[in-house]
Design a protein around this ligand. Structure first.
Ligand SMILES: [Zn+2]
Ligand SMILES: [Zn+2]
Length: 343
């Protein structure tokens, strides 16, 4: 019997490589030989024991090459480069049927490998429904292709911000999500102001195209943004950092009729004070963004395939599968962007 290896989190900071039987694709399925898989926050939380989903086959930011397709698969063939949408939606609930699958109430039920929880990208092979796979350009760096999922999340958020040509946009936080927001806002024709406390991340913000860098560790970001916009504030502010006081900052630096997008979730979710009259008089919109729609995912794959988005500055390291534990240790270091595991 042919087998393949999959990385499995079995407890706090405990990893195993398991041998699993290789199954052939059934009707509508495709077998993917995995090339790269990034270690996202979800995997880090399970690794650190903040979420105890053991045994957990992690890895939802993944790319690979189609090895074999089952009966009835129309748009994929062996040799195609692909990425996968692994954090799926049910297709049956009120939100899914309304075309709002990112709000699905039963989402994230992926279980790629028999008998294991989790999306399972940290493995040599994945057997999946072909509908979850997105074809990428033939010549693409498959490490870049693995970042289609986080980019898709940001594509959704940019849509919520509804950026107009020539508008001023602030992005608070220049972690990977902030950095992708910066690049996408540039593509939408905005002048982008990046607010960040860390010098190295500000440098990444610059590489991703930010027009103005605001070092929030030295200056009052709100006052600085106001000064840069003749006192009005920005048309759109994206908060990509998990601190509630930064959500308050985003609201404070936003112009009349502006949009505030709370992209990040908040930990801890302390309440903030809201000047309700600021919202009333300014007609601003305060909204959130959570998970990509299928359409956002497709847009993301096109942006990467065409090279409109180059995520090179966001890949800190590539580690071979044999060094999976080291890869996790590097990923939990807050100074890294994405750590990729290469199969
Ligand atoms: Zn992710
Ligand atoms: Zn649903």
């Amino acid at each position: 019997m042919e087998t393949y290896k999959a990385g499995v989190l079995t407890g706090e900071q405990t990893l195993e490589i398991r041998e699993l039987p290789l199954r052939r694709p059934g009707p509508g399925q495709a077998l993917v030989k995995v090339h790269s898989c990034a270690i996202c926050t979800l995997e880090q939380r399970v690794y650190l024991g903040a979420m105890k989903y053991y045994p957990f086959a992690g890895g939802h930011e993944v790319s690979g090459v189609v090895a074999e397709v089952g009966e009835g698969v129309k748009t994929l063939k062996p040799g195609d480069n692909v990425t996968a949408r692994l954090l799926t939606s049910c297709g049956e609930c009120y939100y899914c049927r309304s075309g709002l699958e990112n709000q699905c109430v039963i989402s994230f039920k992926a279980s790629t490998h028999e008998g294991l929880n989790g999306p399972g990208g940290l493995a040599e092979y994945m057997l999946m429904d072909s509908t979850a796979l997105y074809k990428m350009a033939g010549g693409i760096d498959l490490g870049h292709a693995a970042l289609a999922e986080p980019l898709a999340c940001c594509v959704h958020s940019i849509g919520r911000g509804n950026i107009g040509l020539g508008e001023d946009v602030a992005v608070i936080g220049a972690g990977i999500m902030g950095a992708l927001h910066i690049r996408l806002a540039k593509l939408r024709g905005a002048r982008v102001i990046a607010c960040e406390v860390d010098a190295a991340r500000l440098e990444t913000a610059r590489k991703m195209g930010a027009d103005v860098l605001v070092d929030s560790s030295r200056v009052d970001a709100v006052a600085e943004v106001k000064a840069l916009t003749e006192g009005r504030g920005v048309s759109v502010a994206f908060c990509t950092a998990a601190l509630p006081q930064l959500a308050a900052q985003a609201i404070a630096m936003t112009d009349k009729l502006g949009r505030v997008v709370l992209y990040s979730s908040f930990h801890p979710k302390n309440p903030i004070e809201l000047d309700v009259n600021q919202v009333h008089y300014s007609e601003m919109i305060i909204t959130g963004s959570v998970n990509p729609l299928v359409r956002d995912f497709q847009i993301s794959t096109r942006l990467l395939s065409s090279g409109l988005i180059d995520p090179t500055p966001l890949i800190s390291e590539r580690k071979p599968f044999a060094q999976l534990t080291e890869a996790f240790e590097r990923a939990i270091d807050p100074h890294t962007y994405r750590v990729l595991v290469t199969m």
